[in-house]
Design a protein around this ligand. Structure first.
Ligand code: SAH
Length: 343
């Protein structure tokens, strides 16, 4: 049995032809699925004979909604979703004035080992397929009862460590038979796997690339991100310039501020220096404290000073607004605490 959500329109059309059916059925079936009909029997314009064939060959891989938590502070909704094999992932729906945004996972767990991150503590369990990545957006749309206008690939997992599935997901989610979400409304966040950034740039898509930088020097970066032992900041910035050349898109640099580690005035000045002149934007994220380590977020004053130094050096900067603070909404904490409590 295969998951229909793993198929592009062209692939399903070929299957139809190979199985003596008309190619146009593929579009009809996707139209049902993307409009929240996930049972073949309810697909009114599909002949019974084809319904039987579909049931014999494909399942519609919508995960089970294990829990939905809603923040009483800002309406942020966090979903815990369970796949057929029992694995659980989390996705977050955030409501902004300009529309609904969903933060999705690309792997079950993660193998990148960043010190501050809860998603990586149990390592990578497995990659998500393109259909499993997509199903989070489909179900998110149903849960918020409205269009999803923005997607951020910033949930658990490293998207560029699951490259082919993520690329196929981007193709389907963008297609008019799919959810029709424009590339400009999609952000992919990576810890900086240089060869894959270059491969992505060569695809010349208009998605926003976000780089988890978190430090201005390799030495500092190595303290918190193991991937820094593999690729230097110089290599990452060169790959970013290449991405800008190829796509014309502004890069976002994410910088999680950790008290006493990377939040000093000198850090801010050095960061401004290495980013000077680049088409970019810095997103400061006061670190979300997790119980598995002792990393602390800086005071409001330190955060504001850091922001000010970047600004006065001509770097565009925003401090990330915290969403869903009352529901463990950040960075893999919910899945972990849920699995632990179920043991
Ligand atoms: N693997 C990808 C995407 C997932 S993490 C990446 O590394 O970019 C999304 C963002 O949240 C990254 O910038 C990550 O470094 C950051 N992050 C993870 N845990 C965090 C925490 N506890 N506090 C603040 N930011 C965190």
């Amino acid at each position: 049995m295969k998951n229909l959500l793993d198929f592009t329109l062209e692939e399903l059309q070929s299957w139809m032809k190979e199985n003596g059916e008309s190619a146009f059925r593929a579009k009809q079936i996707f139209s049902w699925i993307y409009n929240e009909v996930w049972n073949y029997d309810d697909m009114k314009n599909i002949p019974n004979s084809l319904k039987h064939k579909l049931k014999d060959n494909f399942y519609i891989g919508i995960p089970k909604i294990e829990e939905v938590y809603e923040s009483s502070l800002d309406g942020t909704k966090k979903m815990l979703l369970r796949f057929n094999d029992g694995n659980i992932i989390e996705s977050v729906i955030m409501q902004y004035k300009h529309g609904n945004s969903i933060c999705i996972s690309t792997q079950v767990g993660c193998r990148m080992g960043c010190k501050f991150c809860a998603s990586t503590l149990g390592g990578r369990v497995r990659d998500l397929t393109c259909g499993e990545i997509l199903s989070q957006v489909i179900i998110g749309k149903k849960i918020c009862g409205d269009r999803i206008s923005n997607i951020v690939l910033m949930g658990s997992g490293e998207p560029l460590d699951n490259f082919d599935n993520v690329m196929k997901f981007l193709k389907i989610v963008n297609a008019d038979y799919g959810l029709n979400i424009g590339q400009r409304h999609i952000t992919l966040s990576t810890c900086g796997i240089v060869p894959k950034i270059i491969e992505l740039a060569d695809k010349e898509m208009s998605i926003t690339l976000a780089i988890s930088l978190h430090a201005f020097s390799d030495e500092k970066r190595k303290e918190i991100m193991p991937i820094a032992n593999k690729y230097s900041i110089t290599e990452i910035l060169d790959a970013c310039r290449y991405y800008i050349d190829k796509t014309g898109r502004r890069i976002t640099f994410e910088y999680s501020l950790v008290s006493g580690v990377n939040d000093g005035k000198e850090d801010a000045r050095s960061l401004a220096k290495i980013l000077k002149g680049m088409l970019c934007h810095v997103n400061l994220i006061p670190v979300n404290e997790i119980k598995e380590n002792t990393l602390k977020r800086p005071s409001k004053k330190v955060i504001e000073e850091f922001e000010e130094i970047l600004k006065s050096n001509g770097i565009e900067v925003t401090v990330r607004r915290e969403m869903g603070a009352d529901i463990n909404a950040a960075c893999g904490q919910l899945r972990k605490s849920y699995i632990e409590s179920a043991k």
